[in-house]
Design a protein around this ligand. Structure first.
Ligand SMILES: Cc1ncc(COP(=O)(O)O)c(C=O)c1O
Length: 408
């Protein structure tokens, strides 16, 4: 067992497990599991209003958690980091708050790409259904990158938001968000649309910096980056957050409440976090980033993954009848591989692999518009994380080839 794998107790509980489904969710290291247990045992208490010791410790851990997130995404302040349930909730919160603030109006356009996860499509389609905004899809090229000619052709005065995945959860393609920002600036100057980034699949794979990307808001979800589920991160520039009218309120998110009226808090991040937050979830994110730091940070993660991606690509291209729906160039992508096999149903492949303790996923991967775009009704997805090894991949590829031979 590799040293990194030893940090993840699921592989001790199940020594034969070949877990290749980290795009769906990541496994948790001891540091996260023990860190949360220790918090619940020793200092769990509600935050904000307690002057007793464990409440103060709890409050400090909550702030430390925001601070480590801010540090890792290059945010100016931890106060710009809002916790929400997950990526899906984070964008719903942002989209509805944007509408409420009238930064979007009827007939205005939001551009997304055709590869987006539903989490970055449906919140905009809700605004389309309820209020009549337009949602435009920008296409991708044959190499699965953004089609910049198509993007430029869709930029007009009605476009108020461009909301894109940093990394696709189906193709594994990394979109050059800084280049998108440059394209928007070249077209609109200082009056450019808001640029929102779905970083759900980039933060788990490489170091992300919001100021280098040039985005106005970004979101990701804790459970894909070694933390617990039901803790999501929404970051936005302070100026934007201060302007936005939150869609939800109550609890600590208010200024004052009278019988007939109330005011929102104007403090960040409180104004976007009504009610008691997911305290142990916040601790889990803190310990998850500390874990990353303890193994030399993203450098180690990127190094391990780069080797596994190269190894996988070499193997994938040799399998006859297999179509890889994503770039075959290592530099374009992370370790998320979606594929289809002629004459063999994806669910049969994933079941065959599951029987041998190999975990992959079959279906449409919450990206139905993209599946339609590439004429696929279902595909298999294999995805990598820091705890995977070449041995995992050898077993996967050997079993995949057996599955194809036995099932066709
Ligand atoms: C690119 C992308 N965006 C958003 C999400 C949604 O994440 P969550 O289910 O945690 O809200 C996912 C989950 O697979 C994803 O891969």
């Amino acid at each position: 067992m590799s040293n990194i794998k030893k940090d993840f107790p699921i592989f001790t509980t199940h020594p034969d497990l070949v877990y290749l489904d980290s795009t769906a969710t990541s496994q948790k290291p001891d540091m996260v599991i023990d860190g949360v247990a220790e918090y619940l045992r020793s200092s769990y208490a509600n935050i904000h209003r307690g002057s007793y010791d464990i409440s103060e410790i709890s409050e400090k851990l909550y702030e430390d958690s925001k601070k480590i997130v801010a540090k890792h995404i290059g945010a100016d302040s931890w106060r710009e980091v809002i916790y929400s349930g997950n990526s899906t909730y984070a964008l719903n919160l942002l989209a509805q708050s944007i509408w409420r603030t009238k930064l979007l109006k009827k007939w205005d356009t939001v551009i997304v790409s055709v590869v987006e996860h539903h989490a970055n499509v449906v919140p905009w389609l809700i605004l389309k259904e309820d209020y009549g905004i337009n949602v435009e899809f920008v296409w991708v090229t044959d190499n699965f990158d953004i089609d910049y000619e198509d993007l430029k052709s869709k930029l007009n005065s009605s476009v108020k938001i461009v909301s894109l995945a940093h990394v696709s959860n189906t193709t594994g393609q990394v979109f050059d968000i800084a280049k998108v920002n440059y394209t928007l600036r070249a077209h609109y100057g200082n009056k450019k649309p808001l640029l929102i980034v779905d970083a759900s699949q980039s933060v788990p794979h490489f170091s992300v910096n919001v100021s280098e990307l040039g985005c106005d808001a970004l979101f990701f979800t804790g459970h894909k980056v070694f933390a617990d589920s039901w803790i999501g991160v929404l970051w936005a520039k302070e100026e934007l957050l201060m302007k936005l009218k939150p869609i939800f309120s109550g609890g600590g998110a208010i200024g004052e409440v009278k019988q007939k009226s109330f005011t929102h808090s104007n403090k960040l991040p409180d104004k976007f976090e009504p009610g008691t937050p997911n305290l142990s979830g916040a601790v889990s994110i803190l310990r998850a980033f500390e874990y990353l730091e303890s193994i030399w940070g993203y450098k180690k993660l990127e190094e391990i993954e780069a080797d596994l991606v190269e190894y996988s690509l070499e193997k994938f291209v040799k399998i006859s009848g297999l179509t890889l729906i994503g770039s075959s160039k290592k530099k374009d992508r992370v370790g998320v591989f979606t594929f289809a096999v002629t004459w063999v149903h994806s669910f049969d492949i994933s079941d065959y692999l599951a029987d041998k303790n190999i975990c992959v996923r079959a279906g449409q991967h919450c990206a139905e518009p993209f599946m339609e775009y590439v004429w696929q009704t279902h595909t298999c997805r294999m995805s990598l994380q820091i705890y995977n090894t070449r041995e995992d991949l050898d077993l996967f590829f050997e079993t995949l080839e057996n599955a194809i031979n036995d099932l066709k």
